[in-house]
Design a binder for this molecule. Structure first.
Ligand code: SF4
Length: 464
């Protein structure tokens, strides 16, 4: 989701004459889109921004900004941590980033920074002289973390690519109304807000006209899309109505979505997998824990039985479905018995892959204050045990693909070996093969799977 928001901001800069540069050394504006899900991510962003302050020495006009979740939750406090910081923009104001940055940069380049208190795009701006690396620079100090009605409708543009791209992410909503005790998202992203179906369809049509074959619909709880704004029609939720509308777009071949939640994962969504063939045979479905006791402490308002039942129904609806998940180990108060329940559920469902997180304290969340915080050694042991179990299941599952013929969407050169191409099956399995990137990127064709090294499949394309 952050990646998608960053792309939106990048596009607003590029359509107004700026150029994206891969090197921070050439940049006139350096923005970091921050994640607050883990404390570690915040520390990393602060460290990186601190180091980048050195660019002010040679290029005093450079504008530095934080946007996203950490900007939202920490606001002005960030100026104390990072003296060279100019702009702090929250999660409902991505569409304003350009105006703030451009305004500061233009004035700096024109050498008008002595105009203390000059008018800018908001009245929350105060120019002041601050000492940075022995230099005195004027800092604009823009902070905008307010809520904004309709901000979910502003994440809709995409950066044009030199090379055809096979797939794209589409943000369909913002915010979350849940209150999981380990999560800071409801504070940083606000309440659930969905975009109108017609706007989303128009965005996808635009992508398809540029050659995109697959879209992934994004939301914090994607299956709850539109529940507060739009009505059910013929027993179908707004999310299923959206899936049907996107499915009808000619030229679009594949639809994915992430991430669904057991709450609101109803039979209409399960049924959609039986009559919408463009829906890929994969769901990423966060389990978090297999223990009801821990789910309760996590403030996940359902029992594990419900999670298992949804997985079973989904597999019945789409027999070749792959399911991946997120699991937290070592949550406060997790006993060995709770942990073993998670291990058992993993085996029962047979996840194709899991993102396993060792619980770490996230400041400003209820779980951070809970009693029964586990020691690091216990968390690490459980983490390793779970990883080993998942690795074994993933390898066994992937081996079953050897000798089969799979439809693969070619995404272009492989990240690890540019000489080869990579693509994905409907089950979201990565496949590596040889071929011509120019001709094959963005195409769907069959690949005979010949080998598997655990997480990656290898094969030979069958081109007509
Ligand atoms: S469902 Fe829970 S974990 Fe997911 S974004 Fe909402 S509060 Fe966070």
């Amino acid at each position: 989701m952050n990646e998608r928001d960053s792309e939106q901001v990048a596009q607003t800069f590029s359509e107004r004459g700026y150029t994206l540069t891969p090197s921070e050394h050439d940049a006139d504006a350096i923005l970091i889109n921050t994640c607050s899900v883990r404390d570690q991510a915040e520390q990393k962003a602060l460290g990186k921004m601190g180091i980048m302050g050195k660019h002010r020495e040679a290029r005093p006009h450079v504008v530095f900004g934080f946007m996203g979740c950490m900007a939202q939750s920490r606001g002005e406090e960030l100026f104390k941590r990072i003296p060279h910081l100019d702009v702090v923009v929250g999660t409902q104001k991505y569409h304003r980033v350009f105006d703030y940055v451009d305004s500061v940069l233009t004035r700096r380049l024109k050498g008008r920074m002595d105009e203390v208190g000059a008018e800018m795009v908001t009245n929350r701006v105060e120019d002041e002289v601050v000492q940075v690396n022995a230099h005195k620079v004027i800092s604009a100090r823009v902070v905008d973390t307010d809520e904004e009605v309709g901000s979910q409708n502003t994440i809709r543009d995409h950066v044009p690519r030199e090379m055809r791209r096979a797939k794209a992410f589409v943000s369909i909503m913002q915010g979350c109304n849940m209150r999981c005790s380990f999560c800071i998202v409801p504070d940083t992203r606000g309440k659930e807000r969905g975009r109108p179906i017609a706007d989303i369809v128009q965005e996808v049509e635009g992508l398809v006209s540029e050659g995109v074959k697959e879209v992934t619909l994004l939301g914090q709880i994607v299956n709850l899309y539109g529940r507060t704004e739009f009505k059910n029609v013929d027993g179908k939720s707004p999310f299923v109505q959206l899936l049907e509308a996107v499915h009808a777009i000619e030229g679009l071949e594949r639809i994915r979505f992430t991430s669904p939640h057991p709450i609101g994962f109803r039979d209409d969504l399960v049924a959609a997998f039986t009559y919408l063939p463009k829906l890929c045979s994969h769901i990423h479905f966060p389990m978090q824990s297999g223990s009801d006791r821990i789910l309760k402490k996590m403030r996940r308002p359902y029992k594990n039985e419900k999670f298992l039942a949804i997985c079973a129904k989904m597999k019945a609806a789409r027999p070749d479905l792959s399911i991946t998940t997120d699991i937290i180990v070592g949550f406060p108060g997790e006993t060995e018995e709770d942990f073993q329940e998670s291990m058992k559920c993993m085996r029962e469902i047979g996840f194709d892959n899991s993102f396993i997180f060792r619980y770490s304290i996230r400041k400003d969340t209820p779980a951070a204050e809970m009693e029964g915080q586990l020691d690091e050694a216990t968390k690490e042991r459980r983490n390793q045990e779970m990883l080993a179990q998942q690795d074994e299941m993933t390898m066994a599952k992937n081996e079953r693909f050897i000798g089969t013929r799979q439809a693969v969407l070619c995404e272009g050169p492989s990240k690890t070996n540019k000489e080869r191409l990579c693509g994905r099956t409907s089950q979201n399995k990565i496949v590596i093969f040889d071929g011509d990137a120019e001709r094959m990127t963005g195409e769907i064709f069959d690949v005979i799977i010949e080998d598997s090294t655990g997480f990656t499949l290898y094969g030979t394309p069958m081109l007509e």
